[in-house]
Design a protein around this ligand. Structure first.
Ligand SMILES: [Zn+2]
Ligand SMILES: [Zn+2]
Length: 268
């Protein structure tokens, strides 16, 4: 069965891609069928390549004769890479920290641009605006919820793996409007990434730092690079038309010590 091209990312557009030595280009392909009993998702293949060595460029990607679901045939999109900072999923935080996130006075003291409509549900501000951005992205934190947090270890060397690429069904929605990409549709896809300033305020950053939690933590990329697809679709939530199960996300993990070790993937 022919593999379908899914994503092509250049290190020059996504500085945190961290390719292995000699490579500057990530190509992800997938087999557009579920793979039961282990996986009810397409199976991905990851290629690290050197742009200079890629000479066999096809102008039209091969169309597969058949895909299992329409949602496994991605709509071609340009990418608008944008660097963002996101905090962990609340499920990865201790009970103590979660309790403090529910304390409105902490957010007020932080002096950030926290919308007062969150006063009754301060933890919603964290979930919606600070933790785990929606959409396609490189690196970042895992969007747990479909399962409980589950550390991923490298099948070859047992190192703790880190998220490489998140393939979501949906981009932002009404509850996550602060994550709408900057300058949507208004940017050269090759322009340098902009850096998003989050609304949390320095006191909140310090609060997380005191808990040992940072976007820089645990060997993850210093900033998480979202690769927002610029679709022509009138439905901005699904520019790629990709659908994983009933609206889940497929997340690829990579070995940080040896990127050439086999990657793993899970549904979230
Ligand atoms: Zn297959
Ligand atoms: Zn490894």
């Amino acid at each position: 069965m022919a593999m379908l091209p899914l994503a092509q990312l250049y290190a020059r557009d996504v500085p945190d891609l961290r390719p292995p030595t000699g490579a500057d280009l990530l190509q992800v392909l997938w087999c557009p069928f579920d793979h039961p009993p282990m996986s009810f998702m397409p199976r991905t293949v990851v290629f690290w390549r050197s742009e200079a060595a890629v000479t066999d460029i096809l102008t039209t990607p091969p169309e597969p004769p058949v895909v299992q679901f329409d949602g496994y045939l991605p709509e071609p999109c340009l990418l608008a890479p944008e660097q963002i900072t996101e905090y962990p999923n609340p499920l990865e935080l201790s009970k103590d920290v979660r309790a403090q996130l529910g304390d409105w006075s902490m957010w007020q003291a932080a002096g950030g641009a926290v919308d007062s409509r969150y006063a009754s549900y301060p933890e919603e501000f964290y979930s919606a605006d600070l933790s785990v951005a929606p959409g396609w992205k490189v690196g970042g934190w895992a969007p747990w919820g479909y399962t409980d947090p589950r550390p991923q270890s490298c099948p070859a060397c047992d190192s703790a793996m880190v998220p490489l690429l998140t393939i979501p069904t949906f981009e932002w929605d009404d509850s996550t409007r602060s994550w709408i990409p900057d300058d949507r549709g208004d940017r050269e896809h090759t322009s340098p990434s902009s850096v998003r300033t989050r609304p949390e305020g320095q006191a909140v950053i310090d609060f997380f730092r005191a808990q040992g939690i940072e976007a820089h933590d645990r060997g993850r990329v210093p900033r998480d690079a979202r690769v927002a697809p610029l679709g022509t679709d009138t439905v901005p939530r699904q520019p790629t038309a990709v659908q994983i199960a009933s609206g889940q996300r497929q997340q690829l993990y990579i070995c940080p010590t040896s990127p050439e070790h086999p990657h793993t993937e899970l549904m979230q």
